[in-house]
Design a protein around this ligand. Structure first.
Ligand SMILES: NC(=O)c1ccc[n+]([C@@H]2O[C@H](COP(=O)([O-])OP(=O)(O)OC[C@H]3O[C@@H](n4cnc5c(N)ncnc54)[C@H](OP(=O)(O)O)[C@@H]3O)[C@@H](O)[C@H]2O)c1
Ligand SMILES: CC(C)CCC[C@@H](C)[C@H]1CC[C@H]2C3=C(CC[C@]12C)[C@@]1(C)CC[C@H](O)C(C)(C)[C@@H]1CC3
Length: 615
């Protein structure tokens, strides 16, 4: 490895992923393509680290001052567990377990600390990943009872990180322009101030085609929405009509449409802040904090339906939504851009513990697109959660309903067509289910890992309501009569997809919230070095993303009612395959980074990603 900073065999200090702790590791290799070093910890755990997570040992020192201060009896048991002082006993532990042990070395001062320590001690005896042979076959994976021990850690899972940050002398580089953490003893720490990485240094590989990709997506996504909206109105919406006839500029803008969009968002915001419904806890953040979310989405859609029905009853013509679709989309786009600018600016001033790991490339366009702040909030009002679950999602159903009315008006029908009814009911079921199980969104990638920037703001506010409604929009002027057997077959397909989608999402959500849930005790799991386990049987043992499989089957059932005359109503299906394949690969790399060899073990056991025996 001639041109790389660290050479094979070098003993260096490697940061434990997701924490501020550094341990002595040996460099095994360097992959020029991924720019990652494979390192091995003293306990035998191999991980891939970025150069910025590796430091020269000369910059560290061990402080031992507080050791003598400990009064905890438990502490005496864990004294020799720091990886810096790895003993033969500890050499059979995972690095995470060792990391956890390092944390237990400081005397627990609060009840929570004591609870944490207790959990960690349990984990120390339960996790051992250095014996891969034990994990080689499915039936050798830990059964639930064993997993429960690790799971106890899950309940306080982020708390080790909270503690870690307390013991960290100097802020993490990816913590951006953070204030210095309180100096605490008992941890390896950097000796002297080193030139810190610029606050903008990227901490995760750039996604979406990197900086150039961000420019592309910023232009392409709005252009695509415009394209499909202009296409769907044509009698023959086919790619042969590219570019579609562009209407005069003034038709894009309608002040009244903007007013309606603002009213809709404010109405949804009002419903969101009403003190009705459950206050759910989000997953632990890196800081150990758990945010609270008002999960009253079902209540919001019920009240919205009542309000829409009342408006229709009062003579409000909802087909306005169909006739002003373009103007409504443009107005919403404007709002999403303004929101994204606000999000970008505030992310520059956000406290480091509030930032996502990505979205800090230093390139304004990329960071604007990707988003950097994890959970931007105005007081308790969570902007990301609100945008993802309310105006766009409920707006999607409102638009579909308006399209059904427009179809009746345009086709002179007394009732919507079968195809329109299917599309409306299927998608309503999807949204209502999402809102009913709103808490489950808190364990998804977007909420847990992604920063809130243009991609999600635009996706939630514009992309979802103005492109997910294309099937209904298409049916307004492109009727597609369905036979009863076809209706029955499509309904069966939808229910099948829905079953897989719901069961798998609920299974993972229940497991992540309470790994000791007795209802899940039959499931096999793989422990990981972070203390979290991975489900390896049940739905998550069939494929690695069973929820995507169910979602894709449902997407098929949404397009089928539109027939095969045009590609446009199949747009969602095609887009969705691309989106989910990309999300799957993003998630794979993220999980590999987090879980290391345990993730590889999971992938070896569950070989297919989304479709059994196919992909
Ligand atoms: N309609 C749409 O436009 C649309 C778009 C995207 C997604 N979706 C749907 O939204 C839902 C959420 O999707 P998502 O992309 O956020 O992904 P997800 O599958 O809900 O979440 C992935 C996370 O689950 C955890 N995980 C992975 N494998 C596991 C295992 N074996 N055991 C336990 N935990 C495991 C990992 O996080 P931790 O280990 O850190 O917990 C992983 O990062 C899905 O149903 C998807 O179909 C819909
Ligand atoms: C191309 C970009 C503009 C991509 C934008 C992606 C977003 C539109 C999606 C990312 C995660 C998605 C998601 C839902 C809607 C679409 C996204 C926000 C979701 C809220 C739909 C209802 C489901 O029941 C759900 C709650 C599981 C789901 C969560 C993820």
């Amino acid at each position: 490895m001639p041109s790389v900073k660290y050479q094979k065999g070098d003993m260096v200090m490697g940061r434990w992923p997701g924490s501020s702790l550094y341990y002595e590791v040996k460099v095994l290799s360097f992959d020029t393509k991924s720019q990652l070093y494979t390192v091995i910890y003293k306990d035998g755990t191999e991980l891939e680290l970025k150069e910025q997570d590796i430091k020269n040992p000369a910059g560290f020192q061990t402080r031992t001052r507080s050791r003598s201060r400990s009064r905890s009896p438990g502490r005496r048991r864990s004294r020799s567990r720091s990886p810096a002082r790895t003993t033969r006993r500890s050499s059979s532990r995972t690095a995470a377990a060792v990391a956890a042990a390092a944390i237990t070395e400081s005397a627990p001062t609060t009840r929570r600390d004591a609870r944490l320590k207790e959990a960690i001690e349990v984990r120390l005896s339960s996790l051992d990943q250095t014996k891969p042979a034990e994990n080689n076959s499915n039936n050798k994976h830990e059964k639930k009872e064993e997993n429960n021990t690790a799971n106890k850690v899950d309940e306080v899972e982020a708390e080790p990180e909270k503690n870690q940050s307390r013991y960290n002398l100097r802020r993490r580089k990816d913590d951006g322009d953070a204030k210095e953490a309180e100096a605490k003893p008992e941890q390896l720490e950097e000796k002297e101030a080193k030139p810190a990485a610029p606050p903008s240094a990227a901490t995760t590989p750039l996604d979406f085609g990197g900086k150039i990709g961000a420019y592309f997506w910023l232009l392409f996504l709005p252009a695509w929405v415009l394209f499909v909206i202009l296409q769907v109105n044509l009698e023959d919406p086919s790619l042969a009509n590219f570019p579609p006839p562009v209407p005069p500029l003034e038709t894009f803008w309608d002040g009244q449409a903007l007013g309606f969009v603002i009213l809709w968002i404010l109405f949804q915001a009002l419903l969101y802040i009403l003190p009705v419904g459950k206050l759910s806890e989000g997953m632990p953040l890196r800081s150990g904090q758990r945010l609270k979310y008002r999960t009253n989405g079902f209540f919001a859609i019920v009240l919205s339906s009542v309000a829409v029905a009342a408006a229709a009853y009062q003579g409000v013509d909802l087909t306005y939504i169909h006739s002003h679709f373009l103007q409504l989309a443009v107005a919403t786009f404007l709002i999403s851009v303004l929101l994204s600018v606000y999000l970008y600016v505030r992310s520059r001033y956000a406290a480091p513990e509030h930032l996502a790991l990505g979205g800090n490339s230093g390139n304004v366009v990329y960071d604007f697109f990707k988003g950097h702040e994890l959970n931007p909030r105005i007081k308790n009002f969570d902007l990301k959660f609100f945008c993802e679950m309310r105006p766009g999602l409920i707006g999607w159903c409102l638009i579909n309903f308006a399209m059904a009315l427009a179809e009746m008006k345009q086709q002179g029908l007394d009732a919507p067509s079968h195809s329109m009814i299917l599309v409306n009911i299927f998608q309503l079921l999807y949204v209502v289910d999402g809102l009913w199980n709103e808490e489950a969104i808190l364990t998804t990638m977007d909420l847990m890992h992604d920063g809130f920037g243009f991609m999600l703001a635009f996706g939630d506010l514009v992309w979802v309501p103005f492109t997910y409604t294309l099937q209904a929009y298409y049916l307004v002027s492109h009727p597609n009569p369905l036979s009863l057997p076809a209706v029955a077959a499509i309904i069966t397909l939808k229910l099948g997809g829905f079953y897989i989608f719901r069961k798998s999402n609920s299974e993972k959500n229940a497991f992540r919230r309470n790994p000791a849930d007795p209802k899940l005790s039959h499931l096999k799991t793989i422990p990981t070095a972070t203390g979290k386990s991975l489900l390896v049987s049940g739905w998550w043992g069939v494929v690695r993303h069973p929820n995507y499989l169910g979602d894709l089957i449902m997407a098929l059932a949404w397009s089928l009612p539109c027939g095969f005359s045009h590609l446009l109503p199949w747009y969602y299906m095609i887009y969705f395959i691309i989106l989910l394949v990309h999300r799957d690969s993003r998630d794979m790399s993220e999980c590999r980074r987090k879980y290391g060899s345990a993730w590889d073990e999971y992938c070896r056991t569950v070989r297919y990603r989304i479709i059994p025996r196919v992909y």
